[in-house]
Design a protein around this ligand. Structure first.
Ligand SMILES: [Zn+2]
Length: 234
């Protein structure tokens, strides 16, 4: 693991500063770094000029060998333009045996999205099904979210000792939640298996709620969409 020097400006006092950060994190080998990403510590920066902490989203390539998946954090990525890490991606697509390997590749733009994708990989989930689930779940909680422009994001929260996996709806100052049980996930997979198999993997670089909305439009409305029971947040 090599660290690179990233130059930038403190967003609070505009002083020039540098950060030393790894650009590649391997899920299995860099367990401490993975933990730091999940806890949010990884992206914390400290400005020596104004002595304040802030979040600095810097480019990162997260590689999960077991799941043969790469998630790239590319701040400001708009869906076009070259991506770093092309060589690494190309190398991973050929296994030691010389046979081509299917590598899942995703691009996200914020540390929160990266964290969510890592949780989904760890759960063994296809992130496309979860994004579809978010859109379907929105139908169920829309009475609680009368003004959708106030909805900032919908995030998957993994299962803990205390609760089932959940979808969190970040809406104004409130965060209503809904359980996201395995049965809901499975029913989405069953309902859309055919449509998902027909998607072009190259188009699936950015898989977010917008992706799911496009997908559902294309898949058309079928009468037996899976649903989940909405719950009030605590
Ligand atoms: Zn500063």
């Amino acid at each position: 693991m090599t660290e690179s020097t990233i130059r930038g400006e403190c967003p609070l006092c505009r002083a020039e500063m540098t950060l030393e950060r790894p650009e590649l994190v391997e899920a299995e080998e860099d367990k401490a770094l993975k933990e730091a990403i999940l806890s949010g510590r990884f992206f914390k920066a400290h400005c020596p000029s104004c002595d304040k902490d802030f979040i600095a989203a810097t480019p990162l390539l997260y590689y999960d060998r077991r799941r043969t998946a790469i998630i790239q954090l590319v701040p400001g990525y708009t869906g076009t333009g070259p991506l770093f890490g092309e060589e690494i991606f190309a190398a991973l697509q050929v296994a030691d045996s010389g046979q081509p390997v299917r590598v899942i590749r995703r691009v996200v733009t914020t540390p929160n999205e990266l964290t969510e994708k890592i949780h989904l990989l760890d759960a063994g989930y296809d992130d496309r099904l979860v994004e579809i689930g978010k859109v379907l779940a929105l139908q169920e909680v829309k009475d609680q979210l009368p003004n959708l422009t106030g909805l900032r994001q919908v995030r998957y929260a993994p299962k803990t000792d205390r609760h089932e996996a959940q979808l969190l709806f970040f809406y104004d100052d409130e965060v209503p939640s809904m359980d996201f049980p395995q049965s809901f996930y499975d029913s989405i997979g069953l309902s859309f298996a055919e449509a998902l198999a027909a998607t072009d993997p190259e188009e699936d670089l950015v898989v977010d709620t917008n992706w799911a909305v496009r997908f559902l439009k294309k898949a058309g409305s079928n009468g037996d969409k899976p649903s989940a029971q909405a719950q009030e947040s605590e």
